[in-house]
Design a binder for this molecule. Structure first.
Ligand code: NAP
Length: 491
């Protein structure tokens, strides 16, 4: 299993001490390029006092650190004096030649990590460069910036083919991808044959894509993952905002399953399927914008996928990929569980329902409502899209303008599926800002970040019964969890 190494980035040793004691992390990297000069004399004692493994690093500006590029001699001097503290490792860049430092490290039993960083790309000669660096160090490290799925595959291939190990059968490689695309390489460090993965303290990041210790240790259990663990995933672009990893990883832990659920930012769906096969991914969730694009890769789909034309769940069964749509059940369950709906013997049948929006999420919502025999009218900013969805699903279309002005007969249920109100540039928007509610409506906004949108606040003030998008996310995830694991998602 891979270790989690906490990068200590404070400008005082006492603050670094405090961060360490809060994290319970037993592997850390002391970035002395971040320290105030007045702290330098205390570095050896800091190393002596730490009971775990400590990496000594002084990174130059050109390599992503804070140490001035033109002060090599002073850096060598500082590293030599710091080494007296007895560090487990010292990080020396690929091109940092210092026979004094190499000798000092050997005499202190400090292992040398040879490293390089590329904040722009994954260099074409990455593997050969790593192998050449191995001549000069006990371990080699590369932190590079993947630009898409193709680069992520290259990183996994290099890592998975890396066979160089020490006497204790530990890999000599530390390999990680930075940025959004690199996140899976950090979580699946064990699959990458990476000796360790780096993390930051909360609120401080040493490199793009660094996650904090709690996230890697508690949510993804990176330091427990073994070769035989099942891998599940979520793909999208963007995808890192999604809260699905919370639902699935907590669920996997609670049922005692050796498995991890990993977010993949995907720019190329066919390439992702190649990687999914290489990593033996057992099943994955699909979010915007790939719910349609995955379908051509599936040998079998359920009726929901066929009807809606979108697939949010893919399973690896008997050597092939199958698709299921759990958005439909995920949308319906919270609505049907509301007291106002439950008390009706025929459920949702006959309810006059307005659906705002005609995008991907609206398709599942409209299909779900129509299948329950609701009387559905679709309202959308772009009328033609509403018309097209309505004719496909057999429901009506209304004018969003007229609805906002209150010129429509009142509805029993209003479902909000547009992006207006969602975290980010649309957060201050309410697609129905001028509507006057009766107060008896059921109002359902499927946005889940923020938990309460302006649209929901308005409806709440008017006395409506209001439902947010989090229960839908949990319910579609609950259905996926059962498909992925064969077990119920624990409460
Ligand atoms: P989508 O396919 O891109 O569709 C976006 C819809 O929002 C379109 O109808 C679009 O209208 C409308 N829209 C966008 N900006 C608007 C604005 N400024 N004013 C009025 N309408 C606007 O996206 P989607 O996949 O349907 O997702 C929509 C929302 O649902 C997102 O906030 C997403 O987070 C949420 N969602 C939640 C869950 C859950 O589990 N709770 C699941 C899926 C999605 P035009 O046609 O005029 O462009």
């Amino acid at each position: 299993m891979a270790r989690i190494c906490l990068s200590l980035l404070a400008n005082t040793l006492s603050e670094n001490q405090r961060i360490l004691s809060e994290s319970s992390c037993s592997f850390a990297e002391l970035r002395i390029d971040y320290l105030e000069p007045s702290e330098w004399s205390g570095i050896p004692q800091f190393a002596k006092d730490f009971s775990g493994d400590l990496i000594l690093t002084c990174r130059k500006v050109c390599d992503g650190g804070l140490w001035p590029d033109d002060q090599d001699a002073k850096r060598e001097e500082l590293l030599l004096s710091a080494l007296q503290g007895g560090f487990s490792f010292v990080d020396l860049e690929e091109n940092f030649e210092s026979s004094k430092l190499v000798a000092a490290a050997k005499s202190q039993n400090t292992k040398i990590i040879r490293s390089f960083h590329d904040f722009q790309t994954v260099p074409a000669d990455l593997e050969s460069r790593l192998r050449a660096m191995k001549q000069k160090g006990d371990l080699v490290k590369a932190a590079v910036m993947p630009q898409g799925m193709a680069d992520v595959i290259t990183l996994f291939e290099i890592g998975m083919n890396w066979t160089d190990r020490n006497a204790a059968d530990e890999s000599s490689l530390i390999l990680l991808g930075m940025g959004d695309y690199g996140v899976p390489t950090r979580i699946l460090a064990e699959r990458m044959n990476s000796y360790l993965t780096f993390c930051s303290a909360k609120g401080k990041s040493a490199a793009p894509g660094h996650m904090n210790y709690q996230t890697l240790h508690e949510l993804y259990r990176v330091d427990q993952i073994e070769k035989d663990w099942d891998i599940f995933a979520i793909i999208g672009n963007p995808v890192l905002h999604t809260r699905s990893p919370e639902i699935h990883n907590k669920g996997l832990q609670n049922i005692g399953r050796k498995g991890v659920y990993v977010p993949f930012t995907v720019d190329d769906v066919p390439l992702y399927f190649d990687l999914a096969r290489k990593l033996s991914i057992q099943g994955f969730s699909v979010t915007v914008p790939h719910k349609e694009a995955v379908i051509e890769h599936l040998v079998k789909v359920d009726d929901g996928v066929k009807a809606v034309g979108a697939c949010n769940t893919v399973l690896y069964r008997d050597g092939a990929w199958e698709g299921v749509n759990t958005d439909i059940i995920g949308f319906l369950r919270p609505l049907e569980n509301l007291g106002e709906i439950k008390k009706h013997p025929q459920g949702l049948k006959g309810f006059r329902t307005a659906v705002l929006g005609a995008g991907g999420a609206a398709r599942s919502a409209v299909y779900a409502l129509v299948s329950k025999k609701c009387d559905v009218t679709i309202f959308n900013r772009t009328l033609e899209k509403a018309e097209s969805l309505a004719s496909e699903m057999g429901c009506q279309v209304g004018s969003l303008k007229a609805l906002r002005k209150g010129n429509e007969k009142p509805f029993d249920i209003i479902v909000q599926t547009t992006s207006a109100g969602m975290e980010g540039p649309y957060e201050k928007m309410n697609p129905l800002d001028t509507y006057s509610y009766e107060g008896s409506e059921v109002v359902y906004d499927i946005i889940y970040i923020p938990e309460e949108t302006l649209f929901m606040k308005d409806a709440l003030q008017a006395g409506c019964s209001v439902l947010g998008g989090w229960p839908m996310l949990v319910e579609q995830g609950r259905a996926q969890f059962l498909l992925f694991t064969g077990e119920e998602l624990p409460a």
